[in-house]
Design a binder for this molecule. Structure first.
Ligand SMILES: *Cc1c(COP(=O)(O)O)cnc(C)c1O
Length: 236
């Protein structure tokens, strides 16, 4: 299947999920997760109209970003961030979705080049419990959000979660609901959040039903990756 055909199918599914949840389609951003996908295929995706892309591995991403620098694309770093990668993320990405501790946020803030707009940030929350290694604890999420919102060079936009790969559909859905509750609590405090990043190829309809505003789709758009690379708990 070509990217355009897969995009059509995914778009139909998104529209159906939005209709079922009585939500407007334009409140759900489709992020194409492009780890392991070469630039030539991303160019094809861009031609099909896709503009937002997510990459996990900085080393893999940088040559791809420069190969596609002629296109007006929006790059999201997704997943865990090692401290030795913050400078590259701050310099080359529009978004960092895997921020789960203040030390990383502070480095990103200090390293964001002054000529660029603030780096958009989602705090990654571990709502899967023991089964997941990355993300801050739900009980720490609001304090971390408050601290990040005060940093220059960053714009806190919302929350992100990645259910543990072992979770059942029902458990994943419960974790989406829990993330939504933290998001609502942050907004009730007056934080100007607009992004709830949750849902992947196998569970994005449930995520949309629970209020996702950004879904991160890899295999449903690009085809299956190698088995070992499906969920990335490994550091970037
Ligand atoms: C790989 C990945 C995705 C996409 O997963 P698919 O199941 O291929 O849609 C989404 N989010 C993160 C953080 C990922 O690492």
């Amino acid at each position: 299947m070509s990217f355009a055909e897969n995009l059509f199918t995914v778009e139909q599914r998104i529209q159906a999920a939005c209709r079922a949840a009585s939500r407007p389609r334009d409140r759900v951003l489709l992020l194409a997760v492009s780890k392991t996908i070469p630039p030539v295929r991303l160019r094809e995706a861009a031609l099909a109209g896709q503009t937002s892309f997510g990459e996990n591995y900085v080393q893999e991403a940088l040559p791809k970003l420069s190969a596609l620098a002629d296109l007006p694309l929006d790059w999201h770093h997704i997943g865990p961030i090692q401290s030795n990668k913050t400078a590259d993320i701050a310099a080359h990405f529009g978004w960092a979705q895997g921020v789960d501790r203040l030390r990383i946020a502070t480095r990103l803030a200090g390293q964001r080049p002054a000529h660029l707009p603030p780096l958009k940030v989602c705090v990654q929350v571990n709502v899967s419990g023991e089964a997941s290694k990355s993300g801050c604890a739900p009980s720490e999420a609001l304090a971390l959000c408050r601290a990040i919102a005060a940093l220059p060079g960053l714009q806190l936009r919302g929350l992100m979660t990645l259910p543990a790969p072992t979770m059942s559909e029902r458990e994943a859905r419960a974790s989406f609901r829990q993330l939504r509750a933290i998001y609502d609590a942050a907004r009730a405090e007056g934080m100007a959040l607009d992004t709830l990043s949750m849902g992947m190829s196998d569970d994005f309809e449930a995520a949309i039903a629970e209020g996702a505003t950004l879904i991160r789709i890899g295999s449903a758009l690009f085809g299956r990756r190698d088995a070992g690379k499906r969920h990335d708990e490994a550091a970037s």
